[in-house]
Design a protein around this ligand. Sequence first.
Ligand code: ATP
Ligand code: MG
Length: 563
Amino acid sequence: MSDSSEPEDSAPRTSRNFIEVEIDRDLAEGRTQQVHTRFPPEPNGYLHLGHAKAICVSFGFAEQYQGLCNLRFDDTNPSKEEDRYVKAIQDDVRWLGFDWQERLYFASDFFEELYGFAQHLIEGGHAYVDDLGVEEMRAQRGGPNVAGTNSPNRDRPTQVSSDLFGRMRAGEFEEGSCVLRAKIDMAHQNLLMRDPVLYRIQDSEHHRTGRDWCIYPTYDMAHGQCDALEKVSHSLCSLEFENHRPLYEWLVQRLPIDSPPRQIEFSRLNLTQSVLSKRKLVELVEGGHVDGWDDPRLPTLQGLRRRGYTPEAVRSFCARVGVTKVSSTAELFWLEDALREDQNKRAPRRMAVLDPLRITIRTLEEDQSVVCAAVNNPEDPDGDTRDVELTRHVLIERSDFLEDAPRKFFRLRPEGRVRLRYGPILTCEEVIKDESGEITELICSHDERTFAGASVEGEKRVKGIIHWVSASKSIAAEVHLLEPLFMSENPASLDDWMGDLNPDSRQVLEGARLEPCLGDAPVGQTVQFERLGYFTRDCSASDGPPVFLRAVTLRDRSSKKGK
Ligand code: ATP
Ligand code: MG
């Protein structure tokens, strides 16, 4: 029996992480009255495990400080965004166990205010309309150690820029013909501060505002300003936004904002043998390399959920990963451990045989059936049992019998003895083979005195206990064994990351047999198949046998790595 210690996210921590230190200071020094965070997904794909970390961080700190957390869709790039993603993202956040209540926002709700902010910047001499071509603008930007060049339009009179910006909005100009830029410093060490683009013309239909707008704010123009409009106190985001922070601060300082929000960055979640980037996930889905966004091999929240991950398992994994500024990669087996630990407490135990070998128990009659009591869940305090029927013909795992077994092999061998789980001890008397030499059946006898775990005094103890099902009382099933989708530790770092796809990430077993009660398991139910792992009932063709996916094995891969 494995341990049932409390999940890590409820274990008390003694040290404060760096974000808690910052928030505590802001509260103590009166800069913050109430902690208010937000989770800001762009509705251009489904959420993955990296987003789960960001959700746990933002909603988690809000909860911890009795504050608030908004769900904000960062929908400023209409060509990539869709309503179906908005819905799926809301489902995923709720599934993880977080509630934004009435605090649902869309950046597009603020387009008018953001336009007003842009005009405010122009009027203050902090922004200008530039109609340099894209290429020219890029050439004038300079490089890491090369200062950029001022645009000839940089010192346009305020009134001219303001009029041009109004005409941009009115749709008088073609896409790409002009942009609004911040007027900062073309020699700034941070390239993002070299007069970055704040607004561009985009001739596409927006999923919420339709054709109302043809100019859209950039990420930098929208993000901090939405934070401010929503009264966010701490805007927590991943480290790739660190070099955007000077621009974030530059903008909020120049706009009529009462209490400016603060951006604090934490390290992104990376996971071995996985890719955590919406763009790469889209390529996998659209290229047909997986069976959709909820493919159980994907680290999308929908895929994890289909595989049998519970919200508690995902949250406990995120808690274990923690919040730091150090970029690191979490091991896939941490995630698997979180699932194992969680399902150990809830999943019922059943027996299933994936690769059956037939046994005839010659000491039982053809129509005889002996009822054995099997434990449903050793973690369950009531210790409920169910009946499993032992019949003359049973099936065991082919790998549980070895003809030339080494000494330490405690399962079945010719003339050897083994206990059937919840049943009697068998002795193997004869091995039957077909013409090719393949073993087709074992003939065994059972010892009547050894049911219900009983042993016979004076006889040598039988060490091996194997799982089994009755040949006639079991049902057929299709079982999918899942392996990591990628072979390398860090596929995202490879130029040809697609070439690293594991061709054996899904192995389909068609001849599996299950205890009959598993035929009624609802889709999504996770069950422990004794000795084999945790398996989740998947949807299957209406006339086909039930399909079960192996969510995770029982063996802890961390022990292999010496942890
Ligand atoms: P991707 O990089 O996968 O395309 P994204 O950053 O574009 O994702 P957004 O919808 O913009 O996706 O992300 C919403 C929030 O989730 C952002 O605050 C971002 O910092 C955070 N986030 C995204 N990926 C990760 C990750 N791997 N680890 C932690 N936070 C992440
Ligand atoms: Mg992003």
